[in-house]
Write a new protein. Structure first.
Length: 159
């Protein structure tokens, strides 16, 4: 392994932190569950290590949006979101609002026309990776060269 696990862990944590910042910037932090679910793990194979970023399944809809006519958003998820945002605390009222939101998302897709007025609401993964891609490369290159430098120093000492 040319890059140490600690260096890969540092890059993984950096990516997680930056994804969380972008979710907050796009106002996707109502319950904090998606941000809390962000995690990374590494897998090893004969060709090297792979860094995998993981999150709750609904993160894909937050990233790409939902096309109109797609499967309905689960009502309970909408009720929880409505209560978290303080839109309604009464169960009956929250349920009514949830059905209205579900119907609007089914009709318009998500983010809806109204929610897009407040700023960008999709592609938090893409935007983050575009913004930090050069920094990820710099960190990985630095880690690789540090390891190579140590190996060369050890080889020279043995000569």
């Amino acid at each position: 392994m040319i890059i140490k696990k600690a260096d890969i862990d540092n890059v993984g944590q950096f990516i997680i932190n930056e994804l969380a910042k972008e979710l907050i910037k796009q106002d996707h932090s109502a319950t904090g569950k998606l941000i809390d679910s962000l995690d990374y793990r590494t897998t090893s194979s004969s060709v090297g290590d792979t860094l995998l970023i993981e999150m709750l399944d609904y993160g894909k809809f937050v990233n790409t949006g939902r096309r109109k006519g797609a499967r309905k958003v689960p009502i309970q998820a909408l009720v929880d979101w409505i209560k978290q945002k303080g839109i309604a605390t009464n169960n009956k009222k929250a349920l009514g609002i949830a059905f209205a939101i579900q119907k609007t998302i089914e009709k318009e897709g998500s983010p809806t026309v109204r929610s897009r007025r407040s700023g960008k609401k999709t592609e938090f993964v893409d935007d983050t990776l575009d913004r930090i891609g050069a920094e990820i490369n710099r960190r990985l290159e630095e880690a690789a060269f540090k390891t190579i430098d140590i190996e060369i120093s050890n080889l020279v000492k043995r000569i």
